[in-house]
Design a protein around this ligand. Structure first.
Ligand SMILES: Cc1cc2nc3c(=O)[nH]c(=O)nc-3n(C[C@H](O)[C@H](O)[C@H](O)COP(=O)(O)O)c2cc1C
Length: 263
């Protein structure tokens, strides 16, 4: 059984434009057992690369006590990406090069995230409790400038973590499985950092994330089903949400109505 994390993923194109998108990567292994690789990657991210104690031969190094350390792979930026054409397993089976602990990203071929990862096989996967950001990025409601203001560049890399999140994982795509329907990208974790405490579970936040998923699927879902689901989710936002959750939910409702009006 695979666990899927609802995450915000940042990628960058060759012009340096940063993209933020909600994605649901499959988690390989116990992601929460990964130990952060450096304390302040903004100033000293090279130090973990230089430390032989944390180096491996290209995939995640595993330390004792069931704790795992994400490490640098050789030649970051010069990665040899394997592309497997027309596979039928859709990434559901671990391939030979699949990391023990890592992620499988499954971006639609129409997405900007997919295009960016083909150009630049690096992504930053974020755990965040910011439901409003899920809403805004799901419906592409942010300008390039706003996106840029929310992230910073890990020195000289293609990783752009969110300034504010619970935790991020800087990953490198090690293998691409080209399925006719949907591509699967095996990702190794190279760095990770815990930034601030997680807020906790909240029904309104979950409702906003559910509505964000609906907003990205109006092309396939029947209007009456989506509107019924929004009606079911509304009380969760009203009863347990704050202003961010309410704004996020309103944005999604408006966008969903606009999208159906255009169909
Ligand atoms: C919680 C959540 C999870 C999502 N997971 C995926 C996913 O795994 N793959 C995908 O292609 N789209 C996924 N989507 C939809 C994309 O976020 C949406 O299509 C978005 O517009 C893609 O942005 P981009 O074109 O900037 O990459 C998800 C949306 C939400 C709200």
């Amino acid at each position: 059984m695979f666990v899927i994390l609802e995450a915000i993923v940042t990628t960058v194109d060759q012009q340096g434009n940063v993209n933020l998108a909600p994605m649901g990567p499959i988690c390989l292994g116990d992601i929460s057992s990964l130990v952060d690789t450096n304390l302040d990657p903004r100033s000293s991210w090279h130090s973990s690369c230089d430390n032989p104690a944390t180096q491996s031969q290209g995939s995640s190094a595993i330390s004792g006590n069931n704790r795992h350390v994400a490490t640098c792979s050789e030649g970051i930026g010069r990665t040899a990406l394997r592309v497997r054409p027309d596979e039928t397993n859709g990434g559901q089976e671990a391939s030979k090069s699949c990391p023990e602990i890592g992620f499988v990203l499954k971006p639609f071929k129409t997405s900007r995230t997919y295009a960016n990862l083909l150009e630049n096989p690096f992504a930053t996967i974020h755990i965040t409790d910011n439901a409003l950001l899920f809403a805004e990025t799901a419906v592409s409601n942010l300008s390039l400038e706003t996106k840029r203001s929310l992230v910073y560049q890990l020195k000289e890399t293609s990783w752009w973590p969110l300034k504010d999140c619970h935790r991020w994982f800087a990953v490198e795509v090690s293998e691409i499985h080209q399925d006719p329907q949907r591509v699967s990208m095996d990702c190794r974790v190279i760095y990770s950092r815990t930034v601030r405490p997680f807020f906790g579970f909240n029904r309104a936040k979950h409702a906003v994330i559910e509505a964000a998923i609906l907003a990205t699927r109006t092309q396939f879902l029947r209007k009456q089903d989506v509107l019924a689901e929004l009606e079911r989710l509304q009380p969760l936002v009203d009863k347990t949400g704050g202003s961010d959750e309410c704004s996020g939910f309103e944005l999604l409702k408006t966008t969903i109505h606009e999208q159906y009006a255009r169909h």
